[in-house]
Design a protein around this ligand. Sequence first.
Ligand code: ADP
Ligand code: ZN
Ligand code: ZN
Length: 715
Amino acid sequence: MPDGYYLYCDVSLPVPLDQPFTYALPDTLRHRVREGSRVIVPFGARRLTGVILQCHDDPPSVPAREAMRLIDSEPVLNAELLALGRWIAGYYCAPLGEVLRGMLPLAAEIRQGKVWSLTESGRDAARQLILEAGPDDPATQVLRLLEKRPLSASYLAKAVPLADKVIRSLERRRWIVAEHIRTERDPLRAPSERLRIGLVQSALAEILPRLNKAERELHAFLELHPGTHNLKDLEDTVKNASTAARSLARKGVVKADLEAVPIAAGAARAPHTLNQPQQAAFEEIHAAIQRNQFHIFLLHGVTGSGKTEVYLNAIESVLAEGRSALLLVPEIALTPAMAGQFFSRFGDRVAILHSAFTDAERSGQWRRIRSGAASVVVGTRSGVFAPVSNLGLIVVDEEHDGSYKQEETPRYHGRDVAIVRAQAANACVVLGSATPSLESRYNAERGKYTLLELPGRIEARPMPAVTLIDMRQEFLETRKQSVFSRRLLEQVEQRLEGREQTIILLNRRGFSSFVACRSCGERVECVNCSVTLTFHKRDYRLLCHYCGYAQKVPELCAKCASEHIYFLGLGSERVEEELHHAFAAARIARLDRDTVSGKRQYEQILRDFREGSFDILVGTQMIAKGHDIPNVTLVGVISADTGLGMPDFRAAERTFQLLTQVAGRAGRGSLPGTVLVQTINPDHYAVRMAAAQDYQAFYEKELAFRRAPARWPWR
Ligand code: ADP
Ligand code: ZN
Ligand code: ZN
């Protein structure tokens, strides 16, 4: 868009009203506004950040308010991304303003918030109330906290019970007022392990005598040990280093930067020479890239067939054309190992968009991409919005994965958005999977996608042998309702002796799956979703794994009032406990959403497991995806059946994918793998075909089943 001089701009705001709003431009902004830049505007009593859709000179029918501040001198969304945003808004019926906000990782750079503070009469009331109501009254607590300093509602909500209600009533009495604040994110608020500090050489000498003891000690240490240091590490050596470093930074004596994210630390690896199927797949993709034409490939390669190597080669040929490439991976699969392969191949041309990054890191990466410094982007779902120019290829790895679907507004499917974006850019798309989604496989069958196949593992390594264990039979023979079959215990024992590793999958979190009444069989279900609630022992509550609803364990059955409530089924917590009983000497780690709160912790556990610090890894589907750990030779699935009872027409497909993927974790190194799948539905086609690792048979069966019109369309 040419530079111009405009009187008005139309702004898309993150509000449910789905329309642009026209604002007048003050003198100072008229020649600076650009389509695709962010601007701060008044909206009702609030200030909002929106994206400029259009600049013009047509006065609106009602007088327009004035825009307040332009955030970006260069557009953050170019014409291509604005068009993509419009498509998403239309296709997924979402307000454009919310879509655009979701496309920018920069939304959080400026924190907009509301803080509450006391009015004069509030101050008097605070003193009065403390005398009358006593210190335990929630209103008194709020007033007392606010006497010290203004606080956000979320802070108050944590500190005081019923804070919301109290705040509303205090506001009505005009004892407190809300103030809107905007603060730039302060890196000094990051936790110590995320900060790297060093001395500022030019620090003013006159400040030094005025430092307190801890500050002086830290200063002295840094003089003795030049360079930069991780603040967490310093805490072990220098007393109160954390506080001292932050205050020294505010005084300009120390500089503090966010740590570079250790995701680059994957092992470097020389490129492999492609084997014949890899080479054939690559050549087809390469030819399409040369033609500069939109084209979609479905790369169907069994687990361990070397799909990543094909991606890397395809990306290389895109870069050779002077174009750029995006690789999308499922939320959980973007591990240091994956990123490391990209760094060792493409060096600092790689940018990573990872949800574990801080806002500052994410916008740092984002800016590198926009400036063209990075032309290979590896990211999760929202990476599809990376502002690369001259896009040549988008790879969607594990394209069947559910995490490509964004469940909150704006809802979208990363794979579908990738295809639309590539089409607009005349780029190629490679969808890769060992278990393609039925819709993708169907599109390949209809000729919409070109199917490329990697039918075997690299170096002709065998697929793992999968054995089904009928747990009904096991019960008949042992007369015991046990978690582990005798066969599985035996195999784990062998692995422990042979110093090989085991993965145990249980597709359910929690201690014991559910709670039922022994008299009438009634199960406790979620009030929102009618899904059976899962019992979590740690906080002794029942949780809905769909919507997050939580409740106490009832004492009486809601249906028949009997007291015979008991626990059925099992969860990963229980499995871990049983494993400890069975193998006292084994080192066991557990990976599920209860044990890992952040991505870093998740990566830590995986790294430790890969390095051999644990013998057995127990977990939910988080452990099924993408990992390449050569020493794992046994995979045990506690129950193949848990997913099958879900009220979802994709239940069979999910079960098939999960079992195939987790089986694919075994025997990826030079040692062959064994997979034992315990089930009470050994005849279910999803279980049977996953055991046979027969995707084709499953695809045909499921397709025929879904032809029933009620289950069409796919989405
Ligand atoms: P997939 O994603 O298909 O499950 P990966 O891409 O993780 O498989 O590859 C599995 C393993 O095979 C990796 O350790 C990779 O380095 C190795 N590999 C890939 N291609 C080759 C090749 N042509 N020759 C030897 N090893 C290869
Ligand atoms: Zn629910
Ligand atoms: Zn009952």
